[in-house]
Design a protein around this ligand. Structure first.
Ligand code: HEC
Length: 135
């Protein structure tokens, strides 16, 4: 009986784990990862630095902040319909130059960040969960 209960618990735990992982990473941990970005970005609406405000960036169209001078390659991607879906964001944050070649975001990507390159996937999931909260 004990064994049966345990296996039910394991199955429930697995299913929950899977849906949580799909829905979002750990936003609190993501806030820590955002330190990688803070030299150039804020998550406050209307507050641009070297990079555009990332307020509400998840689901936003690329190149959409009025008055921010995006690079030509970013403007072209935007005109081509690039949107910051979690998938596209993930690719961009891993390796910005692979998604927007010639773009002006001088950040090597989480894949190359000394602090996160051991497990960039977890870091990027957490970061996106954090960004998704700022809207
Ligand atoms: C050295 C400064 C710098 C750092 C560090 C940096 N960025 Fe950027 N970011 C930029 C610039 C500049 C742009 C505009 C790029 C362009 O126009 O090609 C940009 C663009 C972006 C965009 C596109 C926004 C839009 O409105 O289309 C996203 C998303 C983004 N950065 C996220 C991040 C995240 C998340 C981090 C941290 C992991 C980060 N950036 C680190 C400078 C930086």
């Amino acid at each position: 009986m004990k064994k049966l209960l345990m296996s039910v618990g394991v199955v429930a735990g697995l299913t929950m784990g899977a849906s949580v992982a799909q829905a979002a990473g750990d936003a609190a941990a993501g806030k820590e990862v955002f330190k990688e970005c803070m030299a150039c970005h804020t998550v406050e609406a209307g507050k641009n630095r070297v990079g555009p405000s990332l307020h509400g960036v998840v689901g936003r169209k690329a190149g959409a902040i009025e008055g921010f001078r995006y690079s030509k390659p970013m403007q072209e991607k935007a005109a081509g319909g690039l949107e910051w879906t979690p998938e596209n964001l993930k690719a961009y944050l891993m390796a910005p130059k692979e998604v927007v070649p010639g773009g002006t975001m001088s950040y090597a990507g989480l894949k190359n960040a000394p602090k996160y390159k051991a497990d960039p996937d977890t870091a990027v999931e957490n970061l996106i969960a954090f960004l998704a909260e700022s809207k």
